[in-house]
Design a protein around this ligand. Sequence first.
Ligand code: F0G
Length: 359
Amino acid sequence: MAHQWRGVIREYFDRLDIEQDSPIITLGEGGTPLVEAPRLATLVGAERVLLKVEGMNPTGSFKDRGMTMAVSKAIGHGAKAVICASTGNTSASAAAYAAAAGITSVVLVPDGKIALGKLSQAVAHKAQILQVRGNFDDCLDLARDLADNYPVHLVNSVNPDRIEGQKTGAFEVVDSLGFAPDMHVLPVGNAGNYSAYFKGYAEDLAEGRIKALPQMWGFQAEGSAPFTMGGPVKNPETIATAIRIGNPASWDLAQNARSVSNGLFGAVSDKQILWMHRFLSQEVGVFVEPSSATGAAGLYKQSQQGADLAGKTIVVTVTGHGLKDALWALKDEDGNEIAPTSVSTNADEVAESLGLVRK
Ligand code: F0G
């Protein structure tokens, strides 16, 4: 009989920090596919590479895992409104879960720097959207300030409920594989998700579900790479707008995760991100937004720089759906627009334009 996935809170209730009688606001998040990517494994010289496809969540990104926790707890505490700063995905998720809960959402986004699909989601779910004349880091400062002084509940990942929910990504990887991968690779912006996966694995280790932690490998875009620069970046720039963040909120948690797991941080160029974005679509069959290709791009770069991945099993979280920021797919490697060829309804002409030879 088909099993209906019940969302991460119900599936992992005993392993989450949530009161027994808490309300549960869920859209059925989690339970996302772990997809074998053999051609990516060959590309990087690993035994196996698997993608944790987080674009399959209800609002199309991993944020829903944390948002079900944050909004459920906000409702439990009597909140009537939630607020977040966002590069797009957090706002889409907060807006959807607030709609499901019947409360108001306020989202602060950097002016002109969020993908259209994500903005549409926030509008669709009736968020109060304010475009702030500043970058994400400015938006987060503002959101914290407002939550401190006004009756709005903060649902950014500085709220530990978000990280708590997102750690279920690691639980699912271990439940599917039956063991921890050698490396777990992620794109890094605010470093909340990187820290959340580490928390999940660390709990699995403490409870004896796995024998060792995976090395946590986190990658940023070169133009906004505070972890490889060693400190905040003032004017972060990258086409990967989701991770255009110069001052990561989870800095300390992420540094600890990197060091305890013997992991690493790296940076990749926008060109490398877009190359991997295309590779994942064309060679793996998984369409992600550009930011989400950053982890796999970093893995490839490491392999090119000599990392020996022979015999390794590697999980890469691809964080958001390609449809959120779809226009990148309609450009070729040189940035030229790709448009479908226009044809008549004549089969011979269509065959000719496809280069087909009659049987
Ligand atoms: N990938 C995507 C698609 C994201 O939207 C984000 C973050 C990240 C990766 C990085 O995750 O911040 O936990 O290190 N997006 C946030 C937002 C900042 O507002 O939607 P992180």
